[in-house]
Design a protein around this ligand. Sequence first.
Ligand code: ADP
Ligand code: ZN
Ligand code: ZN
Length: 660
Amino acid sequence: MNFIEVALDLPLTTLFDYRCDEATPDDIGRRVKVPFGREEKVGVVLNVKNSSTLPLDKIKQAATPWRDVPPLPKDVMRLLGFTSHYYQHPLGPVVLHAIPPALKKTTDWQPPKRRTLSTSVSVSTAPPLNNEQRQACNAIIEHHNEFHTWLLQGITGSGKTEVYLELVRETLILGKQVLILVPEINLTPLIEQRFQARFPEANMVSLHSAIGEKERAQRWIDVASGKVQIVLGTRLAIFSPLNHLGLIIVDEEHDSSYKQAEGMRYHARDLAIIRGQYNNCPVVLGSATPSLESWWNAKQGRYHLIQLTERAHQGATLPSIRLIKAELKHDSPLLNQEIVKAIGERLERQQQSLLFINRRGFAPVLICNQCQWLATCPDCQTRLVVHRRQQRLRCHHCNYQRPIDYQCRQCHSQDLTTLGEGTQKIEESLQQLWPDARILRIDSDSLQSKSWATQIQDIHAGKVDILVGTQILIKGHDFPKLTLVAALNVDNALYSSDFRASERLFTQLIQAAGRAGRGSDKGQVLIETAFPQHPLFEALIHHDYHRFAESELEERRLIGFPPFCYQALLRGSAKELSHLQQFMRGAREALKRLASEEVMLFDVVAPTLHKIGNKYRLQLLLQSSSRPLLQQALSQWSEYLFSHAPHSVNWVIDVDPIDC
Ligand code: ADP
Ligand code: ZN
Ligand code: ZN
């Protein structure tokens, strides 16, 4: 008599036993249909055994596991176990997270009818690598059979991607597979093209959540069947079912999108390192501005540091960065005169300009001039953003929206104005200045109407003169005709209570600056700030990541924050503030009893956004310089929370939080 232990997507820490006489150890990692209550569910077989601790009449019969689709590979199963344990998330949902949605249906899998696409790939040959690139590759390839984490810190345009390509080539020759993680779905088509052009013979797939369900599942099956050599994907691709992994690359490793921001809050970069360990293969983390955690790990010798210090393209140099003192007067024009002049020059020379402003919409504030009333979201404690083209006020934190108010909701005056500016307002004023210029705005609003891929083609084809956009625009692109980058309104980060805000700002500005002058024309970067003396800008104008990282590390050391300690955050939310407060207080008391003295507890506090979508939020931070002690406290604590949290409260433990 055989039994199987099944993982199901339920918020419970238990696994479920079923009777399944046909099951063999080969079925571990396969999907199986099981009865659950009155319904049927799809789970994953985690174990096959010949006894169960449950009484026989309580055990239900499972179907035969589906054998037409390959099982999850062993190392993925192990990685899922690690993820569940490390991130304090029940194993069932973690395991099911690794299965594409179309394979979680209770019906048999039907492969999609695929059109055979005869895409003509334009084949590209590798440029001869420069010395730094060659050395980087040699160092890593020499250890292709060992696990090491390599931190490839290369300035923007230094040819990191060429290093990846060479490493991929070597890995394919060895008959092994490659996993490449990128931070943005929008970046995958470009990188895919570049890799496919270099390796026209290789089977390559991209895996991310924007692919249709059936197609995504079919690609997943192709990967699991060993038909694919290169997988390119966003964070969820870390769980791709590759069986012969020989190399993992995490591009732009500092990027916060590697951390899942809801549900199971894993960090794909950190899991990449664990998966590399399981596979005895190199893990390459690439960035111009590594996260301070990675930088510190490299300094400590836990990672191997490799640096690329020069731009690779013949004749390309880093752009000059200049600070412009922001005008604080109320009636000063929207665009600084120097920026206007610089854009004008680019228009004359038929070069492109990019304006980076990290705020979408028209204006972030609608205010009454008579009584200072502000338009706020009724469900969140946030201001409503004015979207003038759509004539709407929108909350960027929940789905709330309404037509723009034409009179004050407090004193009924019609004297309302907008304050501040977003991408739409900048776009509008550029259009007024240069009615004939071709202006393209890129932010998450504009991307809903037209795909990024087509817009990128327009930029490359020279059909655009001025680009205006949020951070989407500054990640990883190579626009040869772009010679001017201007960053507006960057000072918010300097006021932020989040200790990582300045790291994020520095990274963004280096990224933004990195878009300028990638071809042979020298680039110029203008940054508008009210605090030109700030040390962050000092380091920035010298393109000096090291200087910035060292001074930032020193500050973190002084306040005892990561990377000098490890943190976790309990995030709670509820409709009733009193329920939430009571729960959080109880949780804190419990933790005090459970945790060792080397785990430090902060007070329960409200995050910057105290209320989102009609729910209040509170959080509790804990930290320790000992990872094992922190982990021990967390696992006991989460057991307590599972059994004590009332239904009216949602909670999650966020291990290694990146915003708190
Ligand atoms: P990064 O990923 O570091 O930003 P890329 O790999 O995209 O840099 O390279 C930047 C530019 O330099 C690209 O246009 C690329 O084709 C070019 N490039 C990279 N390596 C070389 C090389 N060894 N010789 C000539 N051009 C190169
Ligand atoms: Zn008013
Ligand atoms: Zn809202």
